[in-house]
Design a protein around this ligand. Structure first.
Ligand code: PMP
Length: 371
């Protein structure tokens, strides 16, 4: 199946213009989705589903990968998708993992060794923290997005130095100042690793992520793109040099000791990535809804975010639960983020805006929040 086939692209865009299919897919009693990471609605698109089905039938694909990547699980489709991902993201090479968690765990547990240093933003994702814990490197956090503090930590670092940041922070929705961070990394000879989980598909001309939008591909040691969010599927890729890829194949335990992704996941990943470049209009709808939301919450305590992840500070587990329950009663699926997931006193509502939400749904959300 040719992903450039005009009918696929035009049907996908028609589906988005009408947004009809999403309403049809909703069962009676279903709440409006302001919670999932399905930013562009690809996980529930009937056109994508059909595309995946056709790919699997055309390729006579089996249901399982039948082994680890070092054995039977290293089938041709998986390596060809890795090559396509590397081309799309302007990287030399890519290595797929079964999830973003596995990718970060496998990457961070083996790149830093005894005598090396990993410096990470204090809001970094748990998967990176867990990976660092398994490594022999010494680790230091720096104050969220604080360049002065990062520089202080860089000055005191030894061995090979790695700096870990997210392009979009998963609980705050703000962006890392990537240009300034990459300049500091260059100045101190540090290797920059960027987790693009929440930027994939959403940021950039064709959804390539923040690194490519800022043309920083060559300044990164590694990038992690995950497929459980805007791609609407599961899995992840670590992008970097051919040497990094070969190193991970030999030393990254969450890559080695697990059964590879099945063909159905590859078909969904292919479908998502085929859709990204043509979804300008959809990303436009998404940013219009984000602006509508932000204009309506000016009087509430929010965090500064231009991304689909929007935060209303509600403070206190009880208060946050109560407000989330009121939103649920109004038919809006918003979930409370409580302590200890976030530090005490910063409990919040994490509201996710999607391209398939309607202006009326955002209005209703704003009305209930105002109450
Ligand atoms: N990195 C970040 C920044 C994330 O938010 C997440 C998921 N919450 C992950 C990695 C893990 O990705 P996955 O869900 O694919 O395991």
């Amino acid at each position: 199946m040719n992903k450039n086939e005009p009918s696929f692209m035009s049907r996908l865009l028609d589906e988005r213009r009408e947004q009809q299919s999403f309403r049809e897919l909703r069962l009676p009693g279903d709440k409006v989705d302001f919670c999932s990471n399905d930013y562009l609605g690809l996980a529930r698109s009937p056109v994508i589903r059909e595309y995946i089905h056709t790919l699997l039938v055309e390729r006579h694909a089996s249901h399982g990968s039948t082994g680890s990547r070092l054995l039977a699980g290293n089938y041709e489709w998986i390596t060809s998708v890795e090559k396509d991902l590397a081309v799309f993201h302007h990287a030399d090479a890519g290595l797929m993992y079964n999830s973003g968690y596995d990718a970060n765990l496998g990457l961070f547990s083996c790149i830093g060794r005894k005598g090396d240093t990993i410096i990470y933003d204090q809001l970094i994702h748990a998967s990176i923290r867990d990976g660092m814990r398994l490594s022999g490197a010494q680790t230091f956090s720096f104050v969220h997005n604080d360049l002065e503090d990062l520089e202080k930590k860089l000055k005191n670092a030894g061995g090979n130095i790695f700096v870990a940041v997210e392009s979009v922070y998963s609980m705050d929705g703000d962006l890392a100042p990537l240009q300034a961070i990459s300049a500091l990394c260059e100045q101190y000879g540090a290797h920059l690793v960027v987790d693009e989980a929440h930027a994939t598909g959403v940021i950039g001309e064709g959804g390539e992520g923040l690194v490519q939008e800022l043309r920083l591909e060559d300044r990164c040691f590694a990038r992690v793109h995950t497929f459980g969010k805007a791609v609407g599927c599961h899995g992840a890729v670590v992008l970097g040099s051919n040497v990094l890829r070969a190193y991970l194949i030999n030393f990254s335990r969450s890559f080695i000791y697990t059964t590879a992704l099945p063909p159905a996941a590859l078909a969904a990943i292919e479908a998502g990535y085929a859709a990204f470049p043509v979804m300008h209009e959809v990303r436009g709808q998404l940013s219009a809804l984000i602006q509508q939301f932000r204009a309506g919450v000016q009087h509430l305590e929010t965090l500064p975010s231009k991304t689909p992840i929007q935060v209303v500070m509600t403070r206190g587990n009880d208060n946050t639960r109560k407000i989330a329950a009121a939103l649920q009663d109004a038919g809006l699926d918003v979930r409370p983020i409580l302590h200890p997931t976030v530090p005490k006193g910063t409990e919040r509502l994490r509201i996710v805006i999607h391209s398939f939400n309607t202006p009326e749904e955002v209005d209703l959300l704003l009305k209930v929040l105002q109450r």
